[in-house]
Design a protein around this ligand. Sequence first.
Ligand code: MSP
Length: 659
Amino acid sequence: MILERGPVLLENKVFYVTTPIYYPSDKLHIGHALTTTMADTLARYKKMRGYDVYFLTGSDEHGQKIQRKAQEAGVEPLTYVDRIVASFQELWRRLDIQYNDFIRTTEGRHKRVVQELFRRIYEQGDIYKSEYEGWYCTPCETFWTERQLVEGNCPDCGRPVELLREESYFFRLSKYADRLLEYIEEHPEFIQPPSRRNEMINFIKGGLEDLCVSRTTFDWGIPVPFDSRHVIYVWFDALTNYISALGYGTEDDSLFRRYWPGAVHLVGKDIVRFHTIIWPIILMAAGIELPRQVFGHGWLLVEGGKMSKSKGNVVDPMILIERYGSDAIRYFLLREMPYGNDGYYSEEALVNRINTDLANDFGNLLSRTTAMIEKFAGGYIPAPGSEESPLDRELKSLAARVPEEVDRALNNFEFAKALSSIWELINRANKYIEETAPWSLARRSENRERLNTVLYNLAEAIRQATVMCTPFMPGVPRRVWQQLGIAEKAELHAWDSLAPWGGIPAGIKIARGEPLFPRLEWQGEGAAPAVVCTKNGESDRAESSAAGKEGEELISIEEFGRIKLRVAQVLAAERVPKADKLLKLEVKLGDERRTVVAGIAKYYRPEDLVGKKVILVANLKPAKLRGIVSEGMVLAAVDGDNLALLTTDAEITDGAVVR
Ligand code: MSP
């Protein structure tokens, strides 16, 4: 099974990895940094393993949303996006992202390929002209049928949709549905993780309708080559970036021939559908092989669920990098995301990870080891003795196993698992210090040889862990190599140097340095500046939570103000299986949808709740109850065995603030 999910490119040692191309409608947030960090880590890892790697990212610059944003700002669309695209590139620089190419969909090299592909598919009859009548979600740039809408809104983002009626070109998705299904079934590794593969299979089995692939009501896009009143649908345009950047169909298509179809597309779960249905069908229609894999990762959520400007909870990665350094941010993103599922960001969790994993586990291992080499071995890595104890063997056999585990995990896109394998080695080495107690050995000269062995093994364990950390935290190795005295010995930084044990030469002079990751004080939201962007995009400073002198039982108005209460309307309710107290509620707060799990099953029947307006604690940290992420808490009055939900005295729209 593992092999099925796994990678793929061992034979020809070519690895082509892509990120989605981001919309330059706004600055990027920490969630966007996730995919790009994953892609960079894979690219660096594969390079270390001797692969011929190509890493592509870019920006998706056309479409109605961007045209509107530019209009609002009173500038030309290109002027509008230029500035934002520059901020993307600056973010990637600061996050140590080493891409090979950054494609902008406004570039000529891209436009030509899109037009050519469109024309080819049209000429063979798979694109035809008709009339579109239906719904469009501009923020998602997605067409929906009436049936797909949820309460008249976009089923993906919950925002209002617009009714479109225009002459359009259509792409015969329906014609290819069976072929695609067969392909997905025959290539179990194509869509990862398997849960998303199943979702897509069900989606296709539900029937594919032909896709509208042109628009006439705005003009910020690539013109249909034979009908300039139309611009090409932004997703047709955007998906093509993965081959236009390789020079597909142009005079120099050497990159395309070298890297296609070895592509691994990393995407967020919301756009898996575009990459596993529309994109493969475009390729099938054009007679191009399909990409090797699409991995759909979960979302990085914050308090209150999704990040959104209107909630004012958008976390700016630039501020975080400045404050904590890019290695720590990369580590957090990769370590905190459960495989294929959503993960949570909070600054407190970030600081915890830095203190626990980076400062305590890794940083202390380095500083204790170098301190002991200095104190007990005159600052030179000693040669190990000839005898090997069971503890030594255990450490070495773990070290021999970890690289394979990291390899397997990374090939399955299990970044957190790969890191936790490396940390197994780091923590084993820390335990080895306690077990061998070098400070005791140092007291008696007859233990000299044993002491040398222990110090040598520790230096080697650090070296091995650092080599393996390189793709995840590319800034760390340089500092470790300096301290271990092997900065100039590139051969000891390579993956190949992990086996056999004993790569680090004895007799090297070490150079103790600054702590790898200084411990941070987390003083809570109240004391530290928050790193959220406000609606205006400025960074926000959380007010200090004035404790007041009201006595223990009293809280100040500011403290009360930190609790965000809002009116929510219950859209659906159901019992949580095997939990007799819990109901799962789908609630609506204005444009937003949330899932809330409430312990009220004994007092309310699900059907009686639908339509009710309740009061929700809207900024409660999400919590998982019976596997369901609850994004808030409904308030109820309780008296003994009696419970009544709080509601409003008069009609008021959902989303309204309670104060
Ligand atoms: N332009 C399209 C992609 C075209 S690819 C041919 C697009 N752009 S986007 O900027 O809206 O989103 C880009 C990616 O960011 C998506 O994969 C999306 O899932 C991801 N993320 C946006 N918010 C996210 C989180 N909070 N967490 C993780 N990823 C998130 O869609």
